[in-house]
Design a protein. Structure first.
Ligand SMILES: [Cu+2]
Length: 68
């Protein structure tokens, strides 16, 4: 079943940051789409329901950004 997860992410300052975060999350198997709002510092991820929030948090943190 499809599931949407939302994260508040600190440290993104420009379009490159957004691209890095998007790419890192999109590589996780089971992720269907990623939306990033630089202004709101929000990341919305649609998944097939088989992806955990912890997996996504890890991917964001590996890119050097903070999930708050
Ligand atoms: Cu940047």
């Amino acid at each position: 079943m499809e599931k949407e997860l939302e994260f508040n992410v600190d440290g993104m300052t420009c379009g490159n940051c957004v691209a890095h975060v998007k790419k890192a999350i999109a590589q996780i198997s089971g992720v269907e789409s990623v939306e990033v709002s630089l202004e709101e510092k929000k990341v919305k991820v649609s998944t097939n329901g088989q992806v955990t929030a912890a997996q996504i948090t890890e991917a964001i943190e590996e890119e050097g950004y903070d999930v708050v």
